[in-house]
Design a protein around this ligand. Sequence first.
Ligand code: HEM
Length: 349
Amino acid sequence: MRKLHQRCVRTPVFRTLAGSVVVCDAEMARQVLVDTGGQLDHVPAFWRPGNAPLPPPVCAALNRWVHTCLSAEDPGRVAATAVEAVAATRGDLHRACLHAVAEANRRPLGFEHHSNLRATVGEFLDHVFHGMMTGASRYPDIDAFQRLAARAGRAVASGAVPGFPDLDRAIRGEVYLRAVTAFVGASAAALAWLICALRSDELVATRRPAETAPDVPPEHVALETLRLWPPAWQHRRPVLRDHRIGSMAVLRGDELVVPAYALQRHPRYWPDADLFDPARWARLPQRPEAFLPFAVGPGACVGARFEVRWLAAAAAHLSAQPPIPLVRRSATPCVTAVFSPPEHTIGLR
Ligand code: HEM
């Protein structure tokens, strides 16, 4: 990741040895993702059950369901529930954040209507998602995933998840677990980064003293956390048709990569790019083009607005309480499909 970042700072568009085309110029990256010419495939990985993309009307129905669920939620309540749950936990930070965010989303995820669904999701987070997120397991435990998907599918069929789109029996459990991933995965990583950023000095090389001052709006703390540590650290899009990006020819079958992490730390776009400085957001007239934690265009995150609001509320809650005690267990961040902090244990040494 560091090598990719260094190359991005030097070269706006390049092809990697593996054949991906990396676009690290903010204006070009936005054009690529907005994709007015329909040159790219925008179905996110988690709407691909068994690696087969869902038909566009099904994706649209799922996105509408997510959107409707979020509009009924109060970001302040979600944040209070999640922060309280993490603060009450001892043990692995990633695990604690995953469970806390799932619990905070218990209403849309249907735990209230089906007691076994909470246990099924808990097992999915512990035995499948946690390993994928931290890199502890390279491949998911397919048997465990299928067993849990079948259990979740039965609960969804019995009406446990209100408003969930009507889907083929064979895939509905898997799609539900992918919806859990959408609700919980990146949000849990963002919460973990926020806890680390507010708590452990070793993650933040330098900080401005104002960063914890009460006059920094919590939204700016949330935005600065998403800038330095974007859980979706790169946006990948398969190319459907040959075309050009700047001087580079891209071909059907290539993969385009927009490296959000590199863009959000690029010295051309951000003064003191590596500095954790929430106050910078007050100096900006608008969100910079190089800020792309949720992607843009078709396939962009439908939870983006909600995420910033609840993360801001979480920053406010965390600043108002004693710091969560953390012991760091690994030297480097976890870089998988999700970018999350080094492993930590919650609790005193
Ligand atoms: C920090 C937290 C989050 C980050 C960084 C994030 C990031 C993203 C990104 C980058 C995508 C595009 C996927 C791709 O490029 O293939 C995406 C899609 C999506 N996100 Fe998020 N997300 C976050 C939180 C959420 C939340 C809270 C929800 C709501 C439950 C959500 C729901 C979705 C959905 C449904 C899509 C698919 C959109 C589509 O099919 O067009 N995300 N997210």
